[in-house]
Design a protein around this ligand. Structure first.
Ligand code: ZN
Length: 575
């Protein structure tokens, strides 16, 4: 992602009626910016401000096209409009951004810019160093492949017991207390996935080749090294990630297996099969045979109850949540043809967050909605910052905003449940954290291996995936379904769409757990720590953002252990 600067002021640089999907219209502005005379630091500031405004318009257009496509993946016209933008506007735009970045960072007046611009300039210099013109067509090719993978996933539906279901809808059966129902549903989904396994593997093979080429072109030895720079990971290293994997293996994996063993004993399962637990979320049948939690019947109910919940936490959060509802930028229901998953996309020009998800009425959906609402709060908290570059907060911290919101709303889940159900939901959520961290280590170490060994064969990939699963996975018996396990990485869309974006969830989870620990002692302080840090947007470094929330950025075993001990304590209080 290229930042060409930042924000907006009252006097508009970009004229009304501007269409950012037309390169001819965009070019009028890029030419002006590239040719404008710069004689002092004030001129530099002016150019940064105007480029930021232009960037807001273009970013928003890209967002709207992406949103409209993911809401309706079967609509060829919408897909065409998005791809047209990707192919015809973004490549020229990234070339322009590079030229403008070079103009700015090489200008002698840059030394006179106020401190406010330090992080933006750091980012521009970084972009200049890794930018290569020959990588532009490769990025376009990459986006096309990713879009194809998304279309394949969005088109998946399952015929089950005579009815057609989307994959997210199948979760209702996957969480059934009847083992045979779970098994049937799991097989239906897994077999359906296997039908597209071949094409998805091909797409992934091609992505690896392209990504490796991008890295080599930019002068890096591996795509991993390239991505650490491209993702602006200035504050931690590859080794920190490896240390984090070790810590997770030592602290979380035994605990996760203990939870599984309890499940095996309690439910007299004999052995744990793939349909007995969701290894990423820890979700499985209830130990006491109770029906799955159903927090809401439809999305309207979810939204109105969430409004009350956030108002009870604070007027501030309540009002922010109501803003989302009033602005009508939520697409929450699951339906066929909608891309899987959930995301929050901030519309930079309107300064409005959009939330996308596939709600089917489960506790997991409630957690997703709260998660995405946390992202939206973050965007709103820093929406006052003028420049787009000041608002583009680091993703490691973005996930602190969302994951801590999941934890900090726990006390209010009574809005959706009676006491017993609410405790059950809380316990499941905390267990989910213990399961998610090993899954993060799984995906992250898989990516480290993939891009350190770009010439690998599919068989080698399979073997490594399985050995990583052995290291971080559940004590599970796959039996005749080994083939499904071999390719189960394909369910993780990040591997296709946003390479290396995963360890962030782990880094952020540790931040979120610290905010939650603060809340357990002092709820008001936790909320003010939250807003203090989120308001800063991208105007501070990652360690400084952590400090602003009075939490620590860490990867080691001791740090993780102290937080997971707190989780265990909370779990003991609930059960
Ligand atoms: Zn998130």
């Amino acid at each position: 992602m290229v930042n060409i600067g930042a924000g907006k002021n009252s006097g508009s640089y970009v004229e009304d009626g501007f269409d950012p999907s037309s390169w001819i219209e965009v070019e009028a502005y890029t030419e002006e910016l590239l040719n404008r005379k710069i004689s002092c630091s004030k001129c530099l500031e002016g150019i940064i401000r105007d480029a930021s405004e232009l960037s807001e318009h273009i970013s928003e257009k890209g967002a709207l096209l992406y949103i409209s496509m993911t809401c309706d993946t079967e609509n060829e016209k919408k897909k065409g409009a998005f791809l047209d933008f990707v192919e015809n506007v973004r490549p020229k735009l990234s070339e322009f951004s590079d030229s403008l970045n070079r103009r700015i960072v090489s200008h002698e007046a840059i030394e006179d810019l106020p401190e406010r611009y330090d992080l933006m300039i750091r980012s521009m210099k970084n972009d200049v160093e890794i930018f290569r013109k020959e990588n532009i067509p490769l990025s376009v090719e990459q986006t096309k492949l990713v879009t194809e993978a998304q279309t394949i996933n969005g088109a998946m539906s399952v015929e089950y017991e005579g009815e057609e279901y989307t994959i997210p809808e199948m979760r209702v059966f996957l969480e059934s207390n009847e083992r045979s129902v779970r098994e049937g549903a799991w097989k239906a989904v897994a077999d359906r996935r296997l039908q597209d396994e071949g094409r998805l593997s091909e797409i992934f093979d091609q992505l690896i080749v392209i990504r490796n080429e991008i890295a080599i072109n930019a002068g890096f030895e591996t795509y991993t090294d390239y991505m650490f720079r491209a993702m602006e990971r200035f504050d931690y290293t590859k080794n920190d990630c490896l240390e984090f994997h070790d810590a997770i293996e030592a602290v979380c994996v035994p605990l996760m297996r203990e939870i599984n063993s309890r499940r095996i004993d309690f439910l007299e399962l004999g052995s744990l099969r793939p349909w007995d637990v969701n290894e990423k979320t820890g979700v499985g049948p209830d130990l006491d045979g109770r029906a799955p939690l159903k927090p809401f019947a439809d999305v309207n109910e979810m939204v109105s109850k969430l409004s009350r919940l956030f108002h009870r936490m604070s007027t501030d959060l309540g009002e922010k949540f109501d803003m989302l509802v009033e602005m009508d930028t939520l697409d929450l229901d699951t339906r066929k043809g909608k891309a899987p998953g959930g995301y929050q996309y901030y519309l930079q020009k309107s300064r409005v967050p959009f939330i996308f998800m596939n709600a089917a009425g489960l506790q997991g959906d409630l957690e997703t909605m709260i998660h995405e609402a946390g992202h939206a709060f973050h965007s709103i908290y820093c929406g006052h910052l003028e420049l787009i570059g000041e608002r583009s907060y680091p993703i490691e911290f973005a996930e602190v905003a969302s994951m801590s919101m999941e934890l900090m709303t726990q006390n209010e889940w009574g809005e959706f449940y009676n006491d017993e159900e609410a405790n059950r939901a809380r316990l499941g959520h905390l267990e989910g954290i213990i399961f998610l961290l090993p899954w993060i280590a799984t995906i992250d170490s898989f990516q480290h291996w993939i891009y350190s060994n770009p010439g690998h064969t599919r068989d080698e990939r399979k073997a490594v995936w399985n050995s990583i699963r052995d290291r971080f996975g559940s004590n599970m018996e796959w039996g005749d379904y080994q083939g499904h396990r071999d390719t189960s990485w394909q369910q993780q869309g990040h591997l296709f769409g946003v390479p290396f974006y995963y360890v962030e969830y782990g880094i952020a989870q540790l931040g979120a757990l610290q905010l939650w620990r603060t809340q357990r002692n002092d709820p008001a302080k936790a909320l003010s720590d939250y807003s203090n840090a989120m308001t800063l947007g991208n105007t501070k470094t990652l360690p400084e953002l952590f400090s602003a929330a009075d939490i620590e950025l860490g990867f080691g075993e001791k740090h993780l252990d102290s937080l997971i001990s707190e989780v265990r304590m909370a779990m003991a209080e609930l059960s």
